[in-house]
Design a binder for this molecule. Structure first.
Ligand code: GUN
Ligand code: FE
Length: 435
C-alpha cells in the first residue's frame, strides 16, 4: 500500500515555533506500508522504485499526511454526557456522569456504544485512545472487542470505584482487582489491545481498593495506570479529609504504588511544589485536558511551568470526553493554546502537533505509535487544511508556510478537516482515495 501526499512526522519534541529540525516533512512524499506497518517513507520522485507489482496507490497529493492522533484520556461511557449544563466536577459526576455510566452494565448497550465511540474517534483522525470504561468489566470488554474488530490500538481500563457513588456503579476492592486481572489475562497484548489499571480517583476508592490495584500494578509492571489528580479545589479538599495521613493528593496514589513512568494523571492542575517534584522524579505523566478544564470550570493547566520548571514533568494532551467538549485533537489543541494564552504562555503549532502524535505516544511508552517511519504502525490521518470556506479563505492570505498552515489547522480545525484515516495501513473509507 502506497499513500502519497505531504508527509509530516516528528523526530523529537520541538523547542518552540520554528524548530524545524524537530520534524521531517516531504512536500511530495510516499508512505509505503506492508502488513500493517510502515516499511519506508520516500520522495514522490521515487514512485517507480517503490510501486511494485500490484501495489495500491492512495493519492492524496496536496493534503497533509500525519501519524494518526492519539488521545491519552477519554471516557468511553460518557459519549452522552458531553454538553451537560451548569455543574463543576463533583456535582457533574453525581448529576450526569454516574447515571450515564450505570447503563453500561448492559453488555448489549455497551457494544452498540463501542461502535459509535470508535467511529467517532476515527472520524476525528484519532487512531489510538487511552480509555476509561465504566465500573462494569463488560464495558471494557465491549470496547476492546470492537477495537480488535476494527484493527485500532485501544488501551482500556475497567474503572474501579468502591465508595462515594451510587450502588449501581460500585465494585469492591476484591472485584476491581479480580476483574482487572481477568481483563489483563484475556486482553493485555492481544493483538493491538492493552489493559490499563484504572482507579477512578482517590474519592471513589477505599484504601483497600487502592492497595489491591497497587499490588496488581506490581504484578503487571508493563500495564499503564490511569487516574485523576488535582482537577478541582473541592475535590482536593475532599481527598485531604478522606486521607488525612497522606502528605497531599499525589501521595495518596504514591503510597499505594500507583505513581511512576507508567502512570497517567488526568488534569494535574492545582499541584503543590512537592507534588511537582515527585511527579518529575518518578516520571509520572500529567495529562492536559483543556476543553474539559474550561468546560467544567476546573482551572488553567500550567503547561510551561511543568514542562520547563526546575522539576520538569512529562506532559500529554487529551480530550477527556465527556467533561471535554470535542473528540477532535485539533480542537483540543486550540483550547490548549487559549488556556496557555491566559497564563501568558505560547503553544506553537509544531509543539501541538508533536503532542497529538509522537509526544502522546512517548507518554504511553509506545515507540511504534505516533510517527511515520519504518517499523511504526501504519496509522495515518489525511488532513485537508482548506476543508471549510473560512479555512480556505484564511489560508489564501497566508504565506504558504507549513507552521502557519498547521496553526490555522489547529485553531479552526475539526472533524471536517479529516479527509481519510488509515488503521494498520487500511483506509477507513472516510474520503475519496484516487488510485
Ligand atoms: N474525576 C473523577 N472522575 C472523573 C470524570 O469522569 N471526569 C473528569 N473530568 N474528572 C473526573
Ligand atoms: Fe477524565
Amino acid at each position: 500500500t502506497l499513500v502519497r501526499g505531504r508527509v509530516l512526522t516528528f523526530k523529537r519534541r520541538p523547542h518552540g515555533a520554528g524548530d524545524s529540525a524537530a520534524y521531517s516533512y516531504f512536500e511530495d512524499g510516499i508512505v509505503v506500508a506492508e502488513g500493517g506497518r510502515v516499511v519506508d517513507v520516500v520522495d514522490g520522485g521515487e514512485m517507480s522504485r517503490v510501486a511494485g507489482e500490484g501495489a495500491i496507490l492512495h493519492d492524496f497529493s496536496g493534503k497533509l499526511i500525519l501519524p494518526g492522533f492519539i488521545d491519552t484520556h477519554i471516557h468511553f461511557p460518557q459519549t452522552q454526557v458531553i454538553a451537560s449544563y451548569g455543574e463543576q466536577l463533583l456535582e457533574w459526576l453525581t448529576k450526569y456522569t454516574f447515571p450515564a455510566e450505570s447503563r453500561y452494565g448492559d453488555p448489549a448497550f455497551a457494544g452498540v456504544q463501542a461502535r459509535f465511540f470508535i467511529d467517532e474517534l476515527l472520524r476525528n483522525g484519532t487512531t489510538t485512545a487511552v480509555c476509561y470504561g465504566s465500573v462494569h468489566k463488560g464495558s471494557a470488554e465491549a470496547l476492546l472487542a470492537e477495537s480488535e474488530r476494527r484493527g485500532t490500538a485501544m488501551f482500556v481500563g475497567k474503572t474501579a470505584m468502591d465508595r462515594n457513588a451510587p450502588p449501581d456503579v460500585l465494585d469492591t476492592a476484591q472485584s476491581a482487582h479480580d476483574d482487572t486481572a481477568t481483563l489483563i489475562a484475556a486482553w493485555h497484548g492481544r493483538g493491538r489491545q492493552k489493559v490499563v489499571i484504572t482507579p477512578r480517583f482517590a474519592i471513589t476508592s477505599t484504601p483497600e481498593q487502592l492497595e489491591a490495584l497497587g499490588s496488581l500494578a506490581r504484578d503487571h509492571p508493563d500495564c499503564l495506570i490511569q487516574t485523576h489528580l488535582s482537577e478541582n479545589l473541592e475535590e482536593i479538599a475532599t481527598v485531604r479529609r478522606l486521607f488525612p495521613e497522606r502528605a497531599d493528593y499525589l501521595d495518596v496514589y504514591e503510597h499505594y504504588g500507583l505513581v511512576g513512568p507508567k502512570s497517567l494523571m488526568g488534569h494535574a492542575i492545582h499541584l503543590t511544589p512537592r507534588e511537582i517534584q515527585r511527579m518529575s522524579e518518578s516520571g509520572t505523566v500529567a495529562v492536559f485536558c483543556p476543553t474539559s478544564n474550561l468546560f467544567i470550570g476546573s482551572g488553567l493547566f500550567d503547561y510551561k511551568g511543568l514542562e520547563g520548571g526546575t522539576h520538569p514533568v512529562r506532559i500529554a494532551l487529551a480530550t477527556d470526553i465527556g467533561g471535554g467538549t470535542s473528540y477532535s485533537m485539533l480542537a483540543t489543541a486550540a483550547e490548549a493554546y487559549k488556556v496557555m494564552q491566559l497564563r501568558g504562555q505560547k503553544l506553537s503549532a509544531i509543539e501541538a502537533f508533536h503532542l497529538m502524535t509522537r509526544g502522546n505516544a512517548e507518554a504511553l511508552g509506545e515507540p511504534d505509535l505516533g510517527r511515520i517511519a519504518p517499523g511504526a504502525h501504519a496509522d495515518l490521518v489525511v488532513l485537508d487544511s482548506a476543508a471549510t470556506p473560512a479555512m480556505a479563505h484564511r489560508l489564501a492570505a497566508g504565506s504558504g508556510d507549513l507552521e502557519e498552515e498547521l496553526f490555522v489547522l489547529m485553531t479552526l480545525g475539526s472533524d471536517r478537516n479529516v479527509h481519510e484515516v488509515f488503521v494498520g495501513g487500511r483506509p477507513q473509507g472516510l474520503g475519496k482515495a484516487v488510485s
